[in-house]
Design a protein around this ligand. Structure first.
Ligand SMILES: NC(=O)c1ccc[n+]([C@@H]2O[C@H](COP(=O)([O-])OP(=O)(O)OC[C@H]3O[C@@H](n4cnc5c(N)ncnc54)[C@H](OP(=O)(O)O)[C@@H]3O)[C@@H](O)[C@H]2O)c1
Length: 348
């Protein structure tokens, strides 16, 4: 006792904007990511998360496949020893792709809850809409022979198990990630409990306006991943054509006007657009300025208009490793022509 204290420069979490989910629950307007991109150690991430919560963060974006929930559980527990209350936290986690099958979802959430040392999650996502997984740290050409296209009936079997977790009180909300409008239309048609949040890739060069508006119109709130354009993402997720958001001239110029790093402009854009970004950093100066920028020194209307024009439709997390044999390119994962492709993909 006594060793866990709130830092003197902690940020008052009530200053951070809040989103309201369709249940009426509040979700912080900015959180911290926990994916180490195969570059940062689980312990370093957990240490950052512990200090981040003690310093004012309330939304923590976790996932079983990040391989660090056991250490993050200790981090959350230590932050609570410093006086942070469970009901003030908003903890998310995600069901990994190899656990969509019958009986697997309850097993997965139980493991996550045990690792995170919690008795409920605020939000539990289906991480990807395919039961296709890759080994940790694999390269872009890795293919799992068991991989398959999106099969709605199979997905709904998984979703029914997710709904059951809400009914059991193990999770307050359920959500989707890496979905498209055609998939969401089917899910919304057939679900009993609708997704409260869609976690989707969003940064100034990848604004996904149609999917964004579709979610908002249907009462689904949005968490934005890779909000800074994920400069430290795994090499398997890098291609020559990728554009770095923090080097885009308009972003750099607005950053100069505000006297901040371009990363901060990406985050302000996200918060003011109306979703919750979850920037990752283990560097204290970065994660503190990331949280602070959600309520300090907002962008002007003019600057927001300029940023709306920098969209380059530049998806960074293309998901190649989730392709099935018979699929063409990564585009097959994203229903680009408005239809969900089958076993032969679009291109065959
Ligand atoms: N649902 C999904 O499928 C999915 C997919 C991907 C990610 N996610 C979630 O989204 C989170 C965020 O995405 P991400 O980690 O890929 O990318 P990100 O947050 O866009 O970028 C993280 C990198 O940005 C740099 N950075 C952070 N704050 C900064 C600041 N204030 N100034 C300058 N640089 C800064 C850091 O690099 P340096 O170390 O070089 O400073 C950090 O490693 C993940 O951690 C994960 O929780 C979810």
């Amino acid at each position: 006792m006594g060793e866990h204290v709130i830092p003197t420069d902690a940020i008052d979490p009530s200053l951070v904007p809040q989103r309201t989910l369709y249940t009426g629950a509040k979700m912080p307007g900015l959180g911290i990511g926990t994916f180490g991109s195969d570059r940062f150690s689980a312990q370093d991430i957990a240490d950052a998360v512990e200090d981040a919560i003690k310093s004012g963060y309330r939304l923590v974006d976790c996932a079983a496949c990040y391989g660090n929930e056991d250490l993050i559980g200790i981090a959350i527990e230590n932050a609570m020893k410093a006086g942070v209350k469970r009901e003030d936290l908003f903890i998310t986690s995600k069901l990994w792709n190899d656990m969509h099958g019958k009986g697997d979802v309850l097993y997965s959430v139980a493991k996550t809850l045990k690792d995170l040392r919690l008795d409920y999650l605020d939000l539990y996502f289906v991480h990807w809409p395919f039961p296709n997984y890759h080994p940790p740290g694999c390269d872009a050409d890795t293919r799992n022979p068991l991989s398959r296209p999106y099969i709605h009936e199979e997905f709904m079997e998984c979703w029914r198990q997710m709904e059951r977790l809400v009914e059991m009180g193990l999770v307050k909300h359920i959500g989707v990630s890496n979905v498209t409008i055609p998939k969401l239309e089917l899910i919304l048609r057939d679900c009993k409990i609708k997704p409260a949040v869609n976690e989707m890739e969003l940064h100034p060069c990848f604004q996904q306006p149609e999917l964004y508006d579709y979610c908002k119109k249907n009462g689904i709130e949005i968490i934005g991943f890779c909000p800074i354009g994920s400069p430290t993402r795994p090499d398997r997720d890098k291609t020559q054509d990728d554009i770095a958001d923090i080097e885009v001239p308009e972003v750099v110029e607005i950053a100069k006007a505000h006297g901040v790093h371009p990363a901060i402009i990406c985050l302000k854009w996200a918060v003011q657009r109306g979703h919750s970004p979850i920037p990752f950093s283990i560097k204290r100066n970065e994660y503190m300025s990331n949280l602070r920028c959600s309520f300090e020194d907002p962008l002007t209307e003019e600057e927001l208009k300029v940023l709306a024009t920098v969209d380059k439709n530049c998806r960074l997390i293309k998901g190649q490793v989730f392709l099935w044999e018979g699929a063409g390119s990564w585009e097959d994962l994203w229903d680009l022509n408005g239809e969900i492709p089958g076993w032969n993909g679009y291109s065959k």
